[in-house]
Design a protein around this ligand. Structure first.
Ligand code: SAM
Length: 278
């Protein structure tokens, strides 16, 4: 009789507090034939802590697509497998999406266990509106791609969730300043000894308040309705001024054009043009 096909379990792991590994996650990790791990050494330490000895296969951003054949072969032989990342929920700003997508397409059974996720943990503790939210994850690290991504997110009205490294956290706070008096929750080192959640506003938060160490998840609160309209108009004006400058118009002409066509203040358009030209 052929083997029954195995199951791929997606197993979230602790963000920093090992007690957050659920009993079901421990059972599942202990029952599978192999664990697909982002970093086998890191996961090995966690398995040791729970007295689990399970063979591991590395699965990270750079080999994920190549692993699909190996994984489906193991499942076909009747082996169940668990997918873990270094911390939190696999596939959420972590490897796994390509593998899960390929397996689902081929009709394999994939079962996800609920568990730790920095985005949801930060959102639930932020006290900011959680009825509608968008998970942004990491922004591009630099250049035009980052600038565009910031412009795009500042136009969004709903609560936003961002991941950021300690290296760029102060830069991000500066980049979010144009959002004005929009609420901000900065979750640092969630579930760890030095966990803190700083509540502030985009226009008043200071670098001194935020120690650039550890892991960060930012929650940007929703835009107030009138603020949304005002800042959309400012964004339109800045975009038009930027385009005009790119087309070779002088600072003065770009400002005059924006003020004429968008019926905005000449002085504000001039300020924006000066800034964008510099
Ligand atoms: N898959 C993970 C999850 O479910 O949360 C996220 C992985 S992503 C590579 C790692 C990022 O998540 C970190 O750079 C940080 O932005 C955020 N993060 C992870 N652990 C955190 C913690 N303890 N406190 C705050 N943010 C955290």
């Amino acid at each position: 009789m052929p083997n029954e096909q195995g199951i791929l379990y997606i197993v979230p792991t602790p963000l920093g507090n090992l007690a957050d590994l659920s009993p079901r996650a421990i059972d599942t990790l202990g029952s599978v034939s192999r664990i697909l791990a982002e970093d086998t050494r890191h996961t090995g330490e966690m398995l040791n802590h729970f007295g689990l000895k399970v063979p591991m296969i590395s699965l990270h951003d750079h080999n994920e697509r190549e692993r699909a054949g190996l994984v489906s072969g193991l499942l076909d032989e009747g082996n169940s497998l668990a997918l873990v990342s270094d911390a939190g929920t696999p596939t959420i700003s972590d490897p796994g999406y390509h593998l899960v997508s390929a397996l689902k397409e081929d009709g394999y059974k994939v079962v996800a266990l609920p568990g730790p996720c920095a985005a949801i943990t930060a959102l639930s503790a932020s006290g900011l509106a959680s009825d509608t939210f968008t998970f942004i994850g990491f922004l591009p690290q630099s250049g035009a791609a980052r600038k565009n991504a910031i412009s795009e997110i500042l136009n969004k009205k709903e609560t936003l969730i961002l991941y950021e490294s300690p290296k760029r956290i102060h830069t991000l706070l500066e980049e979010l300043r144009p959002a004005g008096h929009r609420q901000l929750a900065i979750a640092r080192e969630l579930t760890k000894v030095h966990e803190e959640i700083i509540r502030s506003f985009c226009d008043t938060v200071t670098a001194e308040e935020v120690r650039p160490q550890g892991e960060f998840t930012l929650i940007l609160g929703p835009k107030a309705a009138d603020e949304a309209a005002e800042s959309a108009a400012v964004m339109d004006m800045r975009r038009l001024v930027e385009l005009a400058l790119k087309e070779g118009l002088s600072v003065k002409s770009a400002a005059a054009l924006a003020s004429k066509f968008l019926d905005c203040s000449k002085k504000e358009a001039y300020q924006a043009a000066l800034e964008l030209a510099g």
